[in-house]
Design a protein around this ligand. Structure first.
Ligand code: ZN
Length: 439
């Protein structure tokens, strides 16, 4: 392993250790601190959107912060402690400090129904409520006691109506003003794959993209709380976001399991093919997940107003691995070396996407081929063959498919002709003034 790789892994490891304990949520100081720590990798602009702001159909909630939380049994002994794991508290719990009978406490306690040693991750963002999460073992131990016993619960949390929701942004200019979006989410507390791995990878990816010479695309790279943060960002950047065609959502990239990729809403979109070709070229086995309306912030970016194609490359995809949304998604499950592997893969996709060749037809409708000496002079002599494709057909296809978005790789796949030949034909059409090279 090269020295550079070792140093990078060490840096990823340090980030994991520093950021894992923070109690992130959709708002709050831990999100700001997370972005500040990530800014050590590459400078990130931190933006605040005020609580109470209406963003489309949603409203930015009051800012939530938490200092401490615990449950004490009838002897005064702490039996659940936020300081041991922040997953013990339902995120966005309202403050509470009172004595409560065990039978009444029951409806505020949650456990994982499949893994008895895991603390589940639960939230109550939009309903004023409070709760604790424990392992099934802890749950059974608590509720084997007499239901009339009195326990003491405390959640020391605060809600700020003059607070804000925090997002991070890095804008990297390219030769073209055309932007490529990279988005990841920062709202999950102590879970390493979902999505500490993604926020760290994105910071390193931003750093690497800045180093790419002669990059065509401009890059808009954002760290947002999932759903509400992505919606708030879209709302505040609507004009620019509407102009973006493609991007990537970075999520769950550090697990032990297989690589996977979730297709964007338009499976014919060029980026899906680019990703598949990168996997093939690197001989990496992967699981393909078709687009689904459940998932991460691709739900917002693919909505009708924006229609941005954002596939996701994962290493142990959300919903799929057993430790998903539990305390076992920890630093034993996620290793810096896996994040590093995913980082290289993401960077290869970015580089491959940069290299894709795209032309646009300058003529409206078909060009008059005879004007350019491109048509058999005797009209009626060009009869399309059923099986093979002749040069006239290739020209017509190139004019038809070159829409400023379709890549030569896609045309290669469609026509079954070599990339080299298609590029040489396209360049000939450029010389004739029919096509224009976009990139
Ligand atoms: Zn999640």
């Amino acid at each position: 392993m090269s020295d550079k790789m070792l140093i990078e892994k060490k840096k990823i490891e340090n980030c994991l250790k520093k950021l894992f304990p923070l109690c992130r949520s959709i708002t709050g100081n831990a999100n700001r601190k997370t972005l500040r720590v990530l800014s050590d990798i590459t400078p990130i602009r931190i933006i605040e959107y005020k609580s109470g702001t209406e963003v489309y159909d949603w409203k930015i909630p009051k800012e939530w912060n938490i200092n401490d939380a615990w449950i004490k049994d009838e002897t005064g002994k702490k039996i659940v402690d936020f300081k041991i794991s922040n997953l013990h508290v339902v995120s966005y719990s309202i403050p509470v400090h009172k004595k409560i009978k065990l039978r009444d406490l029951k409806k505020h306690i949650h456990y994982h129904d499949k893994i008895s040693r895991a603390i589940p991750y639960r939230t109550t963002y939009y309903k004023r409520n409070w709760g604790f999460c424990v392992t099934k073992k802890e749950y059974d131990k608590i509720f084997k006691n007499i239901p009339s016993l009195e326990y003491e619960v405390c959640i020391d949390s605060t809600f700020l109506s003059n607070g804000s929701l925090t997002v991070g942004e890095v804008l990297i200019p390219g030769l073209s003003k055309k932007e490529f979006l990279i988005s990841t989410y920062i709202c999950h507390p102590s879970m390493a794959n979902d999505n500490l791995s993604g926020m760290i990878l994105t910071a390193f990816l931003a750093k690497e993209i800045k180093k790419l010479k002669n990059r065509f695309y401009s890059y808009r790279i954002i760290w947002v709380p999932e759903t509400i943060g992505a919606i708030a960002y879209c709302y505040h950047n609507e004009k620019r976001m509407k102009l973006i065609d493609n991007g990537l959502v970075v999520s769950n990239v550090g697990g032990k399991g297989k690589f996977g990729y979730k297709e964007s809403f338009d499976k014919e979109n060029s980026l899906n093919l680019t990703i598949k070709n990168v996997f093939k070229k690197k001989k990496i086995q992967f699981i393909k997940y078709p687009f689904d309306i459940n998932g991460s912030d691709e739900r917002q970016y693919s909505s009708s107003i924006f229609k941005i194609n954002t596939p996701i490359i994962t290493k142990d995809k959300f919903y799929e691995y057993p430790y998903y949304h539990t305390s076992l998604d920890d630093l034993n499950f996620v290793k810096a070396s896996n994040i590093h592997k995913s980082l290289k893969l993401y960077l290869d996709v970015i580089k491959a996407n940069e290299k894709e060749i795209i032309y646009v037809n300058k003529k409206s409708c078909e060009p008059l081929l005879s004007k350019y000496n491109l048509y058999p002079s005797l009209g009626g002599s060009h009869i399309p063959k059923k099986k093979e494709i002749d040069q006239t057909d290739v020209i017509l296809w190139l004019c038809n498919l070159s829409d400023g978005k379709t890549t030569i790789t896609q045309i290669e796949k469609k026509l079954g002709l070599s990339k080299k030949y298609l590029v040489s034909m396209s360049e000939m059409l450029v010389k004739k003034g029919i096509l224009k090279k976009i990139k």
